[in-house]
Design a protein around this ligand. Structure first.
Ligand code: KIV
Ligand code: NA
Length: 277
């Protein structure tokens, strides 16, 4: 099927059709996202947490993000692929932001970039489509004091909506609203012409996003999951399925039940087996 573009995305938004976005970090995961017909794949800096096991998104480098982007692009011919600008790759100056965004495009092969603030306009002026991100911006945990909902006061809510409007004026094609309470998402969505993509922002957004591992229930125990937000609905129990398959494999190897004759590329005689037993 034809690749999604910012134009086809705008078309969906104009027709009032919700936009779906999911994160992905590698080839074997994103092929499922592609087949499912999801509109947008975000190579999120949440890779730091779900793919690398860090406690927050700060440690992931632009070079590591580039590796994830290249792997994702190879498995996602259909959706729009957005690459997240990681912490430290865009804050110093508009020139640094443009340089990093250009690398995500040229070396990472993505269609657009996302950033949690900074020089969106300079990147758009360089000819690169930008997705904004307001509300809880995890790269700012140092000043936010942790992963906590933003826009809970009237003043805070206004700040979130204003930040989204600034991003629209800067030329962003969409904006992520992360972890904001009830009145913020509809207020922002009504104020903006560009689509709002909610994650923990309630139903009144132009689209929704979830982290791949949260959506699928990839982790079997809470201590393995670095994210697991309370708003994240689990649409599958994939972690349990993986765990059962692996335990079954180990058990069959230990019982010499695998491989059996059907999974052996040559005939085995009982004499061969006896020699090992
Ligand atoms: O990195 C990420 O996964 C994100 C989404 C939560 C929007 O930024
Ligand atoms: Na992110």
């Amino acid at each position: 099927a034809r690749r999604m573009t910012v134009t086809t995305l705008r078309g969906k938004h104009d027709r009032g059709e919700p936009i779906s976005m999911v994160t992905a970090y590698d080839y074997s995961s994103v092929v499922h996202v592609d087949s499912a017909g999801v509109d947008v794949v975000l190579v999120g800096d949440s890779a730091a947490m779900v793919a690398h096991g860090h406690d927050n998104t700060l440690p992931v480098s632009l070079d590591i993000m580039l590796q994830h982007c290249r792997a994702v692009v190879r498995g996602a011919p259909r959706p729009l692929v957005v690459g997240d600008l990681p912490f430290g790759s865009y804050e110093s100056s508009p020139a640094q932001a443009v340089e990093s965004a250009v690398r995500l495009m040229k070396e990472g092969g993505v269609d657009a970039v996302k950033m949690e603030g900074g020089a969106a306009r300079a990147i758009v002026d360089a000819g690169i489509a930008v997705m904004g991100h307001v509300g809880l911006t995890p790269q700012a945990i140092s000043v936010l004091g942790g992963f906590r909902a933003q826009g809970k006061t009237v003043d805070g809510a206004l700040k979130v909506v204003e930040a989204a409007l600034v991003l629209q004026d800067a030329g962003c094609f969409a904006v992520v609203l992360e972890c904001v309470p009830a009145p913020v998402a509809p207020a922002a969505t009504a104020a903006l012409q560009i689509p709002t993509i909610g994650v923990g922002a309630g139903p009144l957004c132009s689209g929704q996003a979830l982290v791949y591992h949260d959506l699928l229930g990839m982790f079997q125990s809470p201590e393995h999951s670095k994210v697991t937000p309370k708003y994240g609905k689990q649409f599958g129990d994939v972690g349990a399925a993986i765990g059962m398959a692996l335990a079954e494999y180990r058990q069959q190897v230990e019982a010499r039940a695998f491989p059996d004759a059907d999974h052996t590329p040559y005939k085995i005689s009982s004499v061969d087996v006896d020699a090992f037993a």
